[in-house]
Design a protein around this ligand. Structure first.
Ligand SMILES: NC(=O)c1ccc[n+]([C@@H]2O[C@H](COP(=O)([O-])OP(=O)(O)OC[C@H]3O[C@@H](n4cnc5c(N)ncnc54)[C@H](OP(=O)(O)O)[C@@H]3O)[C@@H](O)[C@H]2O)c1
Length: 379
């Protein structure tokens, strides 16, 4: 099957490299005929003009440009033209899923997105496979390699957040502007796409509460260690009694929890489904070849005409009203939390009684402390 590639950066080069070199594998059935980027490069397939993509004879478009526009417009045009699409662009797809999936259905083409969450694990394929037999009841996982690298290194070396962020940037694990990673927005998009694959529920990204790790300190990590717990940034999703709960928060996990043991920049995610119960998937969550691998897997699924259960996601609302947890809070405004405070947790920090997440979020808003750190104390 002939394919066009939109983007030739980290992921695009991984996709092209795997296909160009995979002559003795199934990938031999794929061919990249055109590649779109912004700046010239030494490959005859490269164009800087999207009209060349429209004019080529590709049946499939693989989008790994990133950003909302023009990626969204180009994907929409590809679907309108009756081309299959695979994308690695979590932000664009989480924002426009309903529109693009509807268009794909109308045109009778596929829209696959394995590379958007969990990189090369493969997480989306695991959910599709589970759902051939089961309902997925819940998922929880580490879906951001940058923050897992930072938290794992802070836990192992006792270093502070700022030092570890700098090191992660030097190693190329963190962007120059790390906001999306450390404030939980990247995981929020991945949570939205996981909910589509797990529950057929497409929610607006901004309705998923997302708290990150920007203000975590070595003292917070040390409190966890003293209490047999390791902190991870966790995406949580559950569908129960018709209610869909979704949120992203750091969590102090018991050190015996399988997710607590996932170190370095790895991702790991657990699904709970009706007959299988819990199943856990661990692997490289990002990077040129793991992400390229995930995109090429989607391209092969389409080229080989494999019919895994398709997503039929409809618009849905987040309802976190049943989520009740104990929370660890460090803030300069402890008085706001006086009514829910259960025990001190070192200087400037405390653990709340078991309380609704939505009440906690309201108190955090009321406190208005820009450096507050909040985490679930998991059972
Ligand atoms: N990096 C990862 O490990 C990873 C993992 C999972 C998902 N993703 C997702 O994959 C996507 C791509 O990430 P990346 O790391 O590969 O990005 P990247 O290295 O910055 O590459 C982006 C590519 O897209 C091209 N591009 C951007 N805007 C364009 C435009 N308006 N017109 C034409 N070409 C344009 C760039 O062209 P130039 O080369 O000319 O600048 C570049 O080749 C993002 O959505 C990201 O979230 C990345």
């Amino acid at each position: 099957m002939k394919a066009a590639l939109l983007g030739f950066g980290t992921v695009g080069k991984g996709v092209a490299g795997i296909i160009d070199q995979g002559r003795d594998k199934d990938t031999a059935g794929l061919e990249i005929v055109r590649i779109l980027k912004r700046t010239p490069a030494d490959d005859p397939r490269i164009t800087l003009d999207y009209r060349d993509i429209e004019a080529c004879d590709a049946e499939l478009v693989a989008e790994c440009m990133g950003g909302l526009e023009p990626a969204h417009t180009y994907v929409r045009k590809a679907l309108e033209a009756g081309r299959h699409v695979v994308t690695a662009n979590k932000k664009m797809l989480a924002e426009h899923y309903i529109e693009l999936a509807g268009l794909a259905k109308e045109k009778g083409v596929r829209l696959l997105f394995e590379a958007t969450a969990g990189g090369g694990i493969p997480w989306m394929a695991a959910l599709r496979r589970l759902r051939r037999i089961d309902d997925v009841q819940s998922f929880r996982g580490i879906l951001n390699g940058t923050t897992n690298y930072i938290l794992s290194a802070m836990t192992d070396a006792g270093l502070d957040f700022g030092e570890m962020l700098k090191k992660a940037q030097e190693l190329g694990y963190a962007e120059a502007d790390p906001t999306d990673d450390i404030d939980g927005y990247d995981v929020r998009y991945k949570t939205v796409l996981s909910a589509i694959a797990a529950f057929d529920a497409a929610v607006r990204p901004e309705t998923v509460p997302a708290l990150g790790i920007r203000h975590i300190s070595a003292a917070d990590i040390a409190w966890g260690r003293e209490h047999g717990r390791i902190v991870k940034l966790i995406a949580s999703g559950e569908k129960k009694d018709g209610r869909l709960s979704l949120y992203v928060m750091p969590q102090f996990l018991p050190d015996t929890d399988v997710l607590a043991r996932i170190g370095r920049n790895f991702n790991g995610v657990e699904a709970v489904s009706t007959t299988l119960g819990p199943s856990t998937y661990i692997g490289q969550g990002a990077g040129r070849l793991p992400t390229g691998h995930a995109m090429v897997q989607d391209m092969l699924t389409i080229a080989k005409g494999e019919e895994m259960t398709a997503y039929e996601a409809a618009a849905a609302e987040v309802d976190n009203s049943r989520v009740e947890k104990r929370f660890y809070i460090r803030t300069v405004k402890p008085e706001v939390f006086a009514g829910v405070m259960a025990e001190a947790a070192g200087t400037g920090a405390f653990v709340t009684e078991c309380m609704p997440l939505i009440d906690l979020l309201a108190l955090i808003g009321q406190a208005g402390d820009p450096e507050l750190f909040a985490a679930v104390v998991a059972d």
